[in-house]
Design a binder for this molecule. Structure first.
Ligand code: ATP
Ligand code: MG
Length: 324
């Protein structure tokens, strides 16, 4: 039996995930859904943001649907999501950016770079270590190459880096080039700052972009501009043995608890989860229903509408049911 963990987390995670969960249950009526409580709220209640039992449960699942967790800027508080990505070795963060005129995907290395968590925090000096390994660069490059082949858009694989200033990026860039060349794939290597601007100006020139951890984080938030905002972007965190699907956005405490958060990023994350389980047709049905809901203008305030989170979720589900 398929086992799916449902993690709502904090803030708007608690509002958008139930909408995505309804759709998952519709397509997976026989799956076992296991609710896992973790995040900042959990830390406030119990002193632990993610217990050992939680981590074990996550590891036993076929896939995890994840909302968002708040990370306070407290140096003592370690990001739970980082911990989960490390524990489950979710090394590839796949972030599709798709709208009527845009279709690209950012492949972000998810376990090292500037988010490797090796830091020394002091009064007068703080340092964060940026780790790049050949093995880490190779496996993310392989993932990006296989996506590039699968998508078959005849567009070179783009490597986003800053190897002129950050010498650690020479290893990343060169490893990516070697992997791509060994598969006879054309590559284009670009400085991440120039890439950020160019992708916003000419998104049609891009297909798969592979980059390191923090650059990928920033680049994908910026690409939210191409699709109507953060509320639209889903993501997958994939490892050898585990997979977690989550919206690109965070817990958005500023709009939490008001039933106005856009659930589309979460719903699209559920679609990616189904695709991962081999249910591509079902994933396509979800996307079609999202498109229909958008064209009916049943949208939340971030997209200029006045529908609630629940209205949007229920509408998408209704459209899916109509087509079954
Ligand atoms: P994190 O550190 O967890 O990534 P963040 O500080 O980047 O969090 P987000 O939660 O990603 O913040 O949100 C940034 C802003 O975008 C929020 O203030 C919110 O107004 C808006 N936003 C994010 N997600 C949504 C959504 N699903 N619907 C509507 N607005 C959203
Ligand atoms: Mg963010």
């Amino acid at each position: 039996m398929t086992k799916i963990a449902i993690v709502e987390g904090d803030g708007i995670g608690r509002e958008v995930i139930p909408e995505a969960e309804k759709i998952l249950r519709f397509f997976l009526p026989n799956a076992e859904f296991v609710k896992v409580e973790l995040g900042f709220d959990q830390w406030k209640k119990t002193g632990s943001a993610c217990s050992k039992e939680n981590m074990t449960t996550l590891k036993e699942m076929d896939a995890v649907l994840f909302g968002a967790v708040t990370t306070p800027p407290d140096p003592e508080y370690k990001s739970v999501l980082l911990e989960i990505r490390h524990e489950l070795d979710l090394y590839a963060n796949i972030r599709p950016v798709k709208s009527e005129s845009v279709d690209l995907v950012i492949v972000r290395e998810n376990t090292e770079g500037l988010y490797s968590g090796i830091e020394e925090i002091g009064e007068d000096k703080s340092t964060t270590l940026r780790v790049i390994t050949k093995a880490g660069s190779r496996r993310i490059a392989e993932k990006a190459c296989s996506l590039n082949i699968q998508r078959n858009q005849n567009t070179p694989l783009v490597i986003g880096h800053k190897a002129n200033v950050l010498k650690s990026d020479i290893l990343f860039r060169d490893t990516c080039i070697t992997v791509a060349e060994s598969q006879n794939l054309p590559v284009r290597s670009m400085f991440i700052d120039a890439l950020c601007l160019d992708v916003l100006l000419h998104p049609d020139r891009y297909d798969v972009i592979v980059t390191t951890n923090m650059f990928g984080d920033i680049l994908s938030d910026a690409c939210g501009y191409l699709t109507g905002g953060l509320g639209m972007l889903p993501s997958a965190n994939i490892g050898e043995n585990h997979a977690l699907f989550e919206p690109v956005h965070g817990s958005a405490p500023d709009i939490a608890g008001r039933n106005i958060a856009n659930p589309i990023a979460a719903v699209r994350s559920a679609a990616m989860l189904l695709e991962y389980l081999g249910m591509k047709t079902e994933a396509e049905k979800i996307e079609k229903a999202v498109q229909q809901t958008l064209s009916l203008r049943i949208v939340t305030p971030d997209l200029g509408g006045n529908a609630s989170t629940r209205d949007v979720g229920e509408n998408i589900l209704a459209k899916i049911s109509e087509h079954q």
